[in-house]
Every structure is written in C-alpha cells, then in structure tokens.
Design a protein around this ligand. Structure first.
Ligand code: PEP
Ligand code: MG
Length: 888
C-alpha cells in the first residue's frame, strides 16, 4: 500500500486512500482536497497513519520503503517550488506537522522553517534579499525544534529572548534587527549544545527525520493518551505527518499570518471571524505572545481596537480570503476553521477543518444553514452533539444582579460560573473531587492543564486570544472561559505558602470566590445570581425537527413538582421513574418513616404509615397536576430500609422523643436491621412481600391522589412500578395487592380510572424470565443501574475506586454506569425485549437507568425498539436529540 501522498502542484489527488482521513489524517486529507479544488496550498506530502503505527510497533525504525518514498516526495516538492532542500544558495524550507484523523491536542504540533542551518540561512537571506527575515526564521526554527523535537525546556529560549529584548530596550519582537537575531541564534545554539551535550543538528535531512520521529512518538505521549481517554478516541489510529513547503508570513509588512473561522464560533453568527498578525509566523497568533488584530473592520470597531483590521490593511488579500471562505463553506457545507499566511501580498492556505464551536453556535449554524439551503433538516439534526446541548441548558448571569466587576478579558467561551480560585490544574482536580466548584486561574493554559480544565467550572487566563489553547479547549468541553484578562497577575508562592494573585488593584488568594461571564469577559468578585436559559428560538426549532424525526418517546426521572415542571419545559412526555423513597427523606417525614421501620409489629407500622399517607397523597397529586394528562410511572419503595435509619445520637434522641420508645430499644432494633450486603438484601419488592402494608399505603396514596385530581377535571395516568422483581410470583402477589387497593379506592370515591401495573427489569433473572414475568406486567422499565451492577457484579456505589484504571486499561471502553455495556448488559436487555414481547405483544418498554440520558445508550434503545427513554430533567433535550439521531 502507498503510504506517502503528494499534494499541490501537479500531484494527482484522486487516490481514495488520500481522501480517507483514517489514512492521511484530517489535516492531510483537507490539504489534498483544497489543492484539488485549485485553492492556493503550498505543495507537500502526507505520511499515512499506518507508518506511525508501524514505527511505534517496530521500536523506532522507519523502514527503507518509507525513506525512499519520502525522498521521492521531497523531490516532487522541490520541482514544484523550484528550490532544493538543503541548497546553500536558495534553500527549500518545510513545515512538519502532525495530523490524526480526529484533531487532538497533546500531540506534537508544528515545526516551521525546517531545513535552516548556518549555511542555508545565508542563502535564504541572499535569495529573499532580507537578512532580518532569514535570521528571524532561523531563530524560530531552533526554538521550535528544540522544544518539540529535542524536548528541551522552552523556558530557556524564551528567557534568552526576553533578556535580549530587555537589554536592547525593545518591547516587541518586531523591533529586533537582523544583527539582534544573529546574536540570539548564537546564544540559542549555545543553550541547545549545553543541554544536549552535542551541537544543534545542522544536517537538513537529519532535522527532517528527527521531526518525523517526534510526530510519530507524540502519538504515545501521556498527554495525548489522556486526551484520547477523555474523548473516547481509540488508541490504535496513529497520526499522519504533513511535510509542506514553507510560505512566510514574516517577510515584512506585506506578509502576515492568521487563523479564521467562516462564521463566529462563539455565537454562530454569519460573520467572518478571526485574528491575524502582520509580519509574523503561525505560532505567534496562537501562543499569545503578541496581541492579534481583528480580521474585519466591523469587529475592530466593535471592540474599539486601534490597530487596523486585515480588511483595512490588506484589502486585496482579505478579498481573496473572503472568496476562499465562501468556496470552502460550499464545498464542505460546514463552518471552516482556517489557517492562512500572506506572503508578500499572496494568500496561502495551510489548513482547513470543520471548526469547533460552542453549542449555541452549533445550533445557530445548523438552523441557519437549513435556511440558506446549504444542508437539510436531517443533516442539521446530526450536526449538533446532543451532549453539547448541556451548555445551553445551564443558567447564565442574571443581568439584574449586582456585579462587582474587577476586570474584563475576552469572552472566550460562553456561560457563567462561580467558584473558588485555584491556581493550578492539580489543585483544581483535588478540590473539585471533594465537591467544591472551582475556577482555574492561569497565566495561560497548555495541554498539561487539560485535567484541571475538565474539573473546573470555569477557566480564566491572563494571556491569550480567542483562539488560544484555553479558549479552544474550553469551548470544546463546554466550560465558560475568559481569556487574556491582562490585569491579572499571579504570584509564585511555594508550597505551604499563601498562594495569591492580584486582579486589577485587588489582592486575592487561592480559595476566594469569583464569578466569570464567558459571554462578556467580565470577572467579578464573589458569587453573582444566575437565571434560567432561553429555550425558544433556534433551540426550539432544532428540537421541533428532532421531535419530528424521532420514534421513541422521552420521559423524565422526577419526583418533585419543581423537577416535573423543569422537565416539561424541556419537553418531557411523561415520567419514566418517580422514586418514591426520595419523598421519605423530607425533614418533616423522616421521623414517621423511621417510626415505621423500627416498629416491631404490623400495628406499629400501620400507625406510622397512617401519618405518611396524606403526605404521599399530596406528593402524587402535585405530580399528576404538574404532568397534566401525561403518563406517570411511580415506583413503590425500593431501597434497603437501613438507608433511613438514624445515625447520630441526636437523631436517636429525637426519635425516642417523638415515638416515646426508649433510645436503647431503638438502637437494638436498628442493629437488628443491619445488613451485610444491603443492595442484595431486604429491598425492592421484597419489602412489599414482607411488609405489604407499606405498598398498600403507597398504592392507596397514588389512587386517592389520582381520583382527587380527576375530580378536578384532569386526566392522571398512573403507572405503578414494582422494583427488583426476580420472579413471576413476586409480581403476581404484588399486582394483586395493587389491584385490590385500587378497587377499594374506586369503590370509596365512586370513580374508576385506567392504570397500569408493571415492573422494572433490573436483575439478570428478571431479564431471562421476562417471558413469564410479562404475564403479570403491563410494562417493563429497564433499571439499567441495578442491571449493570448485578450483571457485572460491580457495586455501583464502590466502583469509583477501580473504574478509572479499568477504563484506562481498556477493560471497559467507558464507565458502564454512564454508558450502557451494550455487549454484555445489552444482551440481557435485548433478550428481555424479545421474550417480553413474545408473551405480551405490545407490552410497553422503556428504560429509566442513568443510561436513558446517554446518547450512545439511547442509540442502542432505538435499535432494540424500546418505546421510550427516561432521563433526568436537564438531560431531556439531550435525549430528544439523541433519539432523533438514532432514528435517522
Ligand atoms: C435502576 O436501577 O436502573 C434504577 C433506575 O433504579 P435506582 O437507580 O433507583 O436503583
Ligand atoms: Mg434500581
């Protein structure tokens, strides 16, 4: 198989493997594709991902085949450009960049200006007629190569540059003269030799293979692995390498470099968006060393910036760029994220890809593009990541709330968050782990900070633009971010010392609460009130399309009036699970619950249950009213009784007082109720079998509530669900109990209502015996939390200790309590569906475990033909969209 693909010049671009990004990576594929539609792409070649995998497998050997293919490809680039690699008179220089199928921070990024050495730099100076440019390029090359290929501490080089500027009294890099750069190059070479123990490599071919090696090896760095793990990217894809002729954005004031989006990636607005720098090379924009300028005049004016926009400073190159934007959007039918360089007035494209975007922007673009006729409704539905909707469903700052604004940075990723300041990623992770909300505050972020960014509720940086690392990552993971808040300065305090910072003129320390608003860039002291998100507009439109294309219904897991209302606003079509035990923990009831549990006789239990009856009836009435005519699955008591027991002395004393039973006696009874393995103990339907009066009370409360609500002209639809069934007989007994109570209540009230009795399928035996159990069940709801726990024999409450290493080792692809183990547990679900339907055609089937809100699991539910999924209120829109995607 061919593993080196040429692009640009007269290279053919029709090899199907070159168009396959699993072979050439996203970057390589798109470079070839742009070249094939005659866009200005500097010529180059792509080394396929399989070479990376082979190299890693064979312990760092390139192989002769690769060597000769690369040589030949390099000759092609030389012929196209008309320069030779390593030519002392007029050298070809190249960039070397990684490019996996899925874009991935953490891998080796870029080496520019490769091919320069003490001789070729002279040739570059002579051929370009620009000595300063040649030496600037050379120092950049040494700096980048030392950092990313030789793995030397980049701080050493940055420091040397800072000192050089300081000594000369300069503020910007652009003030450095040719001689200044020459002196610095010598200093860089000295540093490199000292650190390496040998001279900085002069041979261009050695430089090239060194860079290719570094790209290959970067696939397996810890950072890259962490990123893959967090994003469910397989470890066996490998990265491609792109080697491309250099074009120069640092050839004076008619040259520039920039990053641009065809639409605004934050808001989705149809307006060119981006940043550029005159007389600079690519990394200057991203690294936040110089503050980039705006691309369009409109933006510049809006921001009140004084440096000219590209539109103003380079109108011709800008017009060409705008033409390319439109072409690319039409070609890819999606928003593009582009890297470009202008060399002496001529525009070159270095990269295009589908741009990362906020959820808000994804939504707006999807809806707008349907309106523009660029895509159809189905494509729009598939364009929006259901999980990303999460970002839109969370609160934003209340505009009325008072704000104590300390400073303002760039609005890098929307949403608002309050939390305690933490100054490094490890602390962020640690504090978040113990349940604190934290804001990660850094000078700037790098891939080493990713875990802390995930743990944080928001990210605030002192440096960097809208396309800085912090901004890009935050948008990707849906965290609010304010970047480039230059009035922040962070003190470096050692361990054990107070870790402090100043924001403007205020002194703060780690642990102080602040609020950031990623929509405005404001940074505020303390916590600021928030308001609920807007669910109209584009969100409503996309949801409407999703609803039109989905088959499964979406219900919610809720038991409070507030949650029911939120879920309905989010589009829930019923309740899939009301956990009645949640109603028992209420402060006003817990003592009656405890009295019931600790009673030694049925009479004692009944007396306590009588107190609970009116309370439960009230709960159910408010549920039926809030859900107005939608089906409500109410589950009878499920958890082991010991979960309700008093713990502290004070709790025992309170209970003794309210029941008149001696503390000692209560303690003895509590000890009797102790279980060694309560999740497999006295819980679920076993409570109903042994203490039928509990389920009787609950059934009575449900039917009385339904009759009361019906009396007001509403139409409650109760579905009574029995938990933890393992056998048909259990359900038969409990169904009879429910039917008897229903009959009693109907006789008392003179009102008859339709209702269903069904069960959860949450034990392997229940799944296996679903055919028999269906004889007694009007519906099944898959309780995949317990079904996962019991099928895997993994405790859902204790798995935290070993699940991460299990996922890391690839034993589980994902946490099986988050995303259904389709291979294993999925088989039981599928089997129960088949057997249940075999007995009772049309039996209603749903899922109410956490997996009901997980897009991958929802895909599986669609496949096996469930009637509905049930998710927590905030996940309802996610489930609606995921269900639509699953049925497309
Ligand atoms: C389940 O087991 O999946 C379920 C929904 O019930 P619970 O989480 O309350 O045990
Ligand atoms: Mg359960």
């Amino acid at each position: 198989n061919k593993t080196v693909f040429h692009f640009g010049g007269d290279a053919p671009h029709d090899d199907p493997r070159q168009k396959d990004k699993t072979v050439t990576g996203g970057k390589g594929r798109n470079l070839a594709e742009m070249a094939s539609i005659s866009l200005p792409v500097p010529p180059g070649f792509t080394i396929a991902t399989e070479e990376c995998l082979r190299f890693l497998k064979e312990g760092g050997d390139f192989g002769d085949g690769l060597r000769s293919a690369v040589d030949e490809a390099l000759r092609h680039v030389e012929r196209t450009v008309g320069k030779r690699f390593g030519d002392a008179a007029d050298p070809l220089l190249v960039s070397v960049r990684s490019g996996a199928a899925i874009s991935m921070p953490g891998m080796m990024d870029t080496v520019l200006n490769l091919g320069l050495n003490d001789e070729t730099v002279q040739g570059l100076a002579a051929a370009s007629g620009d000595e300063r440019f040649a030496w600037d390029s050379y120092r950049r090359f040494i700096q980048m190569y030392a950092d990313v290929v030789l793995d030397l501490d980049h701080g050493l080089f940055e420091e040397a540059l800072e000192i050089a500027k300081e000594d000369a009294g300069y503020y910007n890099d652009t003030e450095m003269s040719a001689d200044d750069w020459k002196t610095l190059v010598a200093e860089f070479q000295r540093i490199a030799e000292q650190e390496l123990g040998r001279p900085f490599p002069q041979d261009p071919s050695e430089q090239l293979w060194g860079a290719i090696r570094a790209v290959f090896e970067s696939w397996d760095t810890e950072r890259a692995k962490v990123y893959r793990r967090l994003n469910d990217i397989p470890h066996d894809m490998g990265t491609a390498v792109n080697v491309q002729a250099m074009v120069f954005g640092n050839m004076g004031d008619t040259s520039a470099t920039g990053v641009a989006f065809t639409r605004d990636p934050s808001t989705g607005e149809r307006a060119y968006y981006g940043e550029w720098l005159v007389n600079a090379q690519g990394e200057d924009v991203v690294a936040g060393i110089r503050t980039p300028q705006y691309l369009t005049s409109a933006r510049r004016e809006e921001a009140g910036a004084d440096k000219p926009s590209m539109e103003e400073a380079m109108p011709e190159a800008f017009a060409e760029l705008a033409r390319v934007f439109d072409l690319l959007e039409r070609h890819y039918t999606d928003m593009q994220d582009i890297e470009f360089t202008v060399q002496q007035g001529k525009l070159w494209l270095l990269q295009t890809r589908n741009g990362k975007r906020t959820a808000k922007a994804a939504l707006k673009m999807a809806v707008d593009m349907v309106g523009e006729g660029l895509i159809d409704e189905k494509t729009a539905i598939l364009r929006v990541d259901p999980m990303a909707l999460d970002q839109l469903l969370h609160p934003t700052l209340d505009p009325q709330a008072p704000r104590d604004v300390m400073t303002k940075g760039l609005p890098a990723s929307p949403g608002a968050a309050s939390g305690k300041i933490v100054l490094d990623a490890d602390t962020a992770e640690k504090w978040a782990h113990r349940g604190e909300k934290v804001i990660l505050v850094r000078v700037e972020t790098s891939p080493e900070d990713i875990h802390g960014m995930h743990a944080a509720a928001g990210i605030l940086t002192a440096r960097g633009g809208m396309t800085s690392h912090a901004a890009v990552v935050a948008r990707g993971i849906g965290r609010p971010c304010v970047s480039g808040a230059s009035q922040i300065s962070i003190a470096r305090a050692g361990a054990g010392e107070d870790r402090t910072l100043t924001i403007g003129d205020r002194g703060l320390r780690e642990g102080d609460t602040i609020t950031i608003d990623g929509a405005t860039g404001e940074v505020m002291a303390g916590e600021v009130a928030t308001i609920e998100p807007e669910l109209a507009g584009d969100f409503a439109t996309l949801m409407e399309w999703a609803d039109r294309h989905r088959r499964m219904k979406v219900r919610t897991n809720a038991e409070t009036e507030e949650d029911c209302k939120a879920a309905r606003r989010f589009g829930a079509e019923g309740i899939g699970l009301a956990r009645t035990e949640h109603m028992f923990f209420d402060a006003s009831r817990i003592s009656a619950v405890r009295e019931m549990i600790l009673a030694e006789s049925e009479a004692g239990r009944r007396a306590a249950l009588d107190k609970l009856l009116p309370e439960q009836r009230g709960d159910f009435e408010s549920i039926f009213r809030a859900m107005a005519g939608l089906p409500c699955t109410i589950r009878l008591l499920d958890p082991p009784l010991h979960e309700f027991l008093p713990h502290s002395d004070a709790e025992f004393e309170d209970l003794a007082e309210s029941t008149g039973i001696a503390v000692e006696k209560l303690r003895r009874r509590a000890a009797e109720l102790h279980e060694f393995n309560p999740m497999l103990g006295h819980r679920g339907c076993r409570l109903g079998i042994t203490y039928p009066e509990i389920y009787e009370m609950q059934a009575r409360a449900i039917f009385e509530a339904a009759c009361n609500v019906a009396a007001d002209g509403e139409a409650p639809v109760p579905e009574i669900m029995i938990p933890l069934i393992a056998t048909r007989r259990e359900l038969e007994i409990l169904r009879a109990l429910v039917e008897r109570v229903a009959g009693e209540v109907f006789a008392e009230t003179g009102r008859t209502l339709d209702y269903l009795v069904g069960t959860m399928i949450e034990l392997p035996r229940a799944a296996l015996m679903a055919g028999e159990i269906a004889e007694e069940a009007d519906f099944f709801s898959f309780g995949t939390n317990d079904l996962t726990q019991t099928t895997l024999g993994v405790s859902r409450d204790d798995a935290g200790r070993f699940l991460t290493p299990y996922v890391d080792c690839g034993i589980f692809a994902r946490d099986p309590f988050v995303s259904l183990d389709i291979e294993g547990v999925g088989q039981l679900v599928e089997l129960a569906v088949e057997r249940g339907r075999g007995t009772r055609d049309g039996i209603k089937l749903g899922i109410c475990g956490e997996h009901g809100g997980d897009p991958a699991s929802i895909g599986f539910c669609e496949k096996v033909g469930l009637d509905y999924v049930s998710a927590s209120p905030y996940r309802v829109p996610i489930a609606r969209l995921a269900a639509a995607q699953a049925s497309l």
